[in-house]
Design a protein around this ligand. Structure first.
Ligand code: HEC
Length: 183
């Protein structure tokens, strides 16, 4: 039992935690919070979280492969001459043509025009927008040649090798070969 003076009795029941102890606890808590904050900011190697790890973050370009290398399952790189005689590996079927048309409408029509006649919405911004129905394209360009143009682009035409899979590009070649010049 605590001995209490008449004055302290008048102040009411004794406090559970004397003020001095309480401020010591507060200081300890502050030190702990500061220490945790410092550790969180410093991010020591053993505490790496997902954000600081070697991940590709949203809105950041994917890492490019090392120069002169290709992915194990990647396409072999061929120049236009090497591609010229490649056989088209996808069949000439309505399903493939429909896929090719889908690709064409998404990636090509704004420049080469909905029917391939060189009159797409932004064609006017280019000094020359070729018609894909032109005789030299339809008669002289092999499937492999057109496949190579689609993948690598040209002087002004952008490359599309990374926008479509190889099979999608071959299907697109099939579709390009259906364009005809209106009589
Ligand atoms: C941004 C506009 C643009 C887009 C999109 C575009 N092209 Fe082209 N394309 C051109 C231009 C311009 C040329 C003429 C060569 C050059 O300057 O690159 C060309 C040339 C070509 C040629 C050769 C024509 C010739 O007479 O030799 C083919 C074939 C072709 N494009 C097919 C396609 C296909 C298929 C697509 C869709 C994947 C496509 N292009 C998307 C602008 C474009």
């Amino acid at each position: 039992m605590t001995l209490r003076s008449p004055e302290s009795a008048a102040r009411g029941p004794a406090r559970r935690f004397p003020t001095r102890r309480r401020s010591a606890r507060g200081a300890l808590a502050a030190v702990l919070v500061a220490a945790a904050g410092a550790v969180a900011l410093a991010q020591p190697a053993f505490m790496r979280n997902m954000y600081t790890g070697p991940v590709v973050l949203p809105q950041v370009d994917p890492r490019v492969p090392v120069e002169d290398t290709i992915a194990v399952d990647g396409d072999r790189q061929r120049d236009r001459l090497e591609s010229r005689d490649l056989p088209n590996p996808v069949p000439d079927t309505p399903a493939v043509l429909a896929e090719g048309k889908w690709m064409y409408d998404v990636y090509c029509a704004m420049c080469h025009g909905p029917e391939g006649l060189g009159d797409g919405q932004i064609a006017g911004h280019y000094p020359r927008m070729p018609s894909l129905a032109a005789r030299h394209v339809q008669n002289n360009y092999t499937d492999g040649w057109i496949f190579s143009i689609i993948g690598d682009g040209g002087f002004r035409m952008p490359p599309f090798a990374h926008s479509m899979s190889a099979d999608e590009r071959w299907a697109l070649v099939r579709y390009v070969k259906t364009f005809t010049t209106p009589e």
